[in-house]
Design a protein. Structure first.
Length: 306
């Protein structure tokens, strides 16, 4: 029987927090850039990416012996995600003053230090990936794939399309590609990394492994569902509820699923993505895997208010 979403969030927070506290040595804890990085890393948030890593491990009932390694990768991914938020909020990017209900990093520490804090989180994440591969060479592809999901073929590629598309009319196909990269790539890393770790897959094996392919498809639909709901909330919600600015997509003349499809059309597309998620989960359930917690996450993605 699956847990409710609040329980999943609380258990994820308890699971990942101790690992996040190991991100930086105590001897550099007073450095202002480290303080800024830690401010954003612990500014709240749903911890959805670490949650999905835990859910994948639980769904397949992977051996508990790899739990610490999954946790290590999960914390590393959360550092990459947090770096992207710090930079995304900068005046040169989305120019946002509120994140997770708190002032954004650059509002507290200034643009220079905030930029360095994002750089620090990304660089430290890469160092962590190298370190774990030194201990276990079977994790090389998992680490390489995570780094790739953050790069030009993943998140940065999506951000690049996003900035280049500002004040321009774009197709729904390009918008979908944008969001599959900008939002979906790190979600893919979350969903598939535990499987890569457990099976110690190589790049070639991953390309043809049926389960890996299904997990990547699952992640793709989760990423789109999350982003479409985000676009809808930017229109129908308020800053106090969301913990971040609303109406900024219209302010910045950015294409979204709402601006291209209309509110009703965006809701219909969201329903299609949710249906696709459920169909993939049904396939895993038919093979005997417990998908109940992923079902709970799916309900949350479809109906979340913040």
């Amino acid at each position: 029987m699956g847990a409710d979403i609040r329980s999943l969030m609380e258990s994820t927070e308890a699971w990942i927090t101790p690992e996040l506290h190991t991100a930086f040595d105590n001897k550099i804890s007073e450095d202002v850039t480290v303080k800024a990085a830690m401010y954003s890393l612990f500014a709240g948030g749903k911890r959805l990416r670490p949650m999905m890593m835990h859910l994948t491990s639980d769904m397949f009932k992977f051996d508990e012996s790899i739990d610490n390694d999954v946790k290590y990768f999960a914390a590393t991914l959360e550092m990459i995600h947090t770096y992207s938020l710090i930079h995304d909020d900068l005046p040169a990017m989305d120019n946002d003053e509120l994140r997770r209900g708190k002032p954004t990093c650059h509002m507290v520490y200034g643009e220079g230090i905030a930029t360095l804090a994002g750089d620090l989180l990304l660089n430290t994440a890469m160092e962590r990936l190298f370190r774990i591969c030194e201990k276990n060479s079977g994790y090389i592809y998992a680490a390489s794939a995570m780094a790739g999901n953050a790069g030009i073929y993943g998140m940065i590629g999506g951000q690049s399309i996003d900035i280049a598309s500002t004040d321009k009319e774009i197709s729904i196909e390009l918008l979908t590609e944008l969001q599959e990269k900008k939002t979906g790539a790190l979600i893919e890393a979350a969903v598939v990394t535990p499987y890569y770790i457990a099976k110690k897959l190589t790049r070639e094996q991953s390309a043809s492994d049926e389960t890996a392919i299904a997990l990547r498809k699952l992640a793709n639909h989760i990423g789109l569902a999350f982003q479409i709901r985000d676009d809808i909330l930017d229109v129908i919600s308020d800053s106090e509820t969301l913990g971040k600015s609303t109406g900024k997509d219209e302010r910045d003349s950015k294409a979204t699923f709402v601006t291209l499809l209309g509110l009703e059309g965006a809701e219909e597309r969201l329903n299609l993505e949710v249906e696709s998620i459920r169909n993939i989960l049904k396939g895993f359930a038919q093979k005997g895997f417990d998908t109940s917690d992923y079902e709970t996450l799916t309900d949350y993605l479809a109906n979340r208010e913040k």
